[in-house]
Design a protein around this ligand. Sequence first.
Ligand code: HEM
Length: 280
Amino acid sequence: MPSTSELAIGVLRWVEYAGLIYLIGVFVVRRLGANTPRIAWARPPMELALGAALVGGLGVVVGQALVAGHSLSGAVTLLSGDAAGWVRVARVAAEGVALGLCLLGRRMVAPLALFAAASLAFAGHAAAQQQPAGPIFADAMHVLSAGVWAGGIMALATVRPPGGWSGEEGKAMLVRFGGVALIAFAITAMTGVLEASAGISYLSDLWTTPYGVVLGVKSAGVLVMVVLSVLAWRRGLGLVRFEAVVAVLVLAATAVLAATPIPPLTTDLSMNPVGVDIRH
Ligand code: HEM
C-alpha cells in the first residue's frame, strides 16, 4: 500500500504531467491555426495549465526532497547538492516564470514550458539507469512528442469550432493536426517502446510485476487513443473530448508507472529472456 505522501506526490505528478503535456499541445494548435488561411478560434487557453504545471511540479519536487531528506534542511541539502537537484529546481523555476510571463502577456512562455517538460527526464527512471544519457534523451523526446500528439488532442478539446468538428473549419483543423500528430505518434510509440524495454527484462515481467501491469494498462489506453485518432482523421468523427479524457487517464497511468519500481534483473539462470522456467 502506498503511503499518504507517496499518494500525494503521485497525484501532483499527474497534475504536472497534464499541465505540461497540454501546454505543448496548445503551442502546436496555436501554430497550426496561425497558418494561412488563419483559423481564429484555434487559440486554446494556457493560464490554468501553467498554474497546474507549477503547483504539480513544486509539490513533486518539494515532496520528494522532504521524503528523501527527512527534514527541511535535508531537503535543501538534497536539492542543492548535485546537478540532478538543480535540474529539478530549474524545472519548477521555469514553470513559475512561464506562468508569470503568460499572465503579463509576454513572450518566451513556450521555450520555458518546453524546457520544463524535457527536464522531467532528469528526474525519472531514465536518469537512474547505469548509462543515463541515452535513456534521458529518449525520455525527453517521448515527453515532447507525446505533448504534440496527446497534448494537441487535449488542447483541441478546449476549443469550439463554429459548426463543430464536421464543419468546414473544424475539418480543416483536424486535417492540419493529423499530419503533425502522425509523426508525433510514431516518435512517441518508438521512444515509449525503447523506455519500456529498458524497464522490462523478461516478457513475463509484463504480467508478473506491478511495473509490467501498469505499463500494460497504459498501453491499452494508448491503443484506445490510436483508434479514436484514426476515426477522427479518416472518418471525420470528432470524438476529441472523449479522446482527451483517455489521454488524461494515460497520464494517470504514467504517474503510477513513474512511482513503480523497475523489476529487478533476475539472477535465476534457469530463466531465459522470455521468462519461461527451462529447468523441466
Ligand atoms: C505509444 C505507447 C507508449 C508507451 C509504450 C509508453 C511507455 C512509457 C514508459 C516505459 C515510460 C517510462 C516510465 C518510467 O519508468 O518512469 C514513459 C514515460 C512517460 N510517458 Fe509514455 N508511453 C507511451 C505513450 C505515451 C503517451 C500517449 C503519453 C501522453 C499522454 C505518454 C506520456 C509519458 C510521460 C509524461 C512520461 C513520463 C516521463 C518522465 O517523467 O520522465 N506516453 N512512457
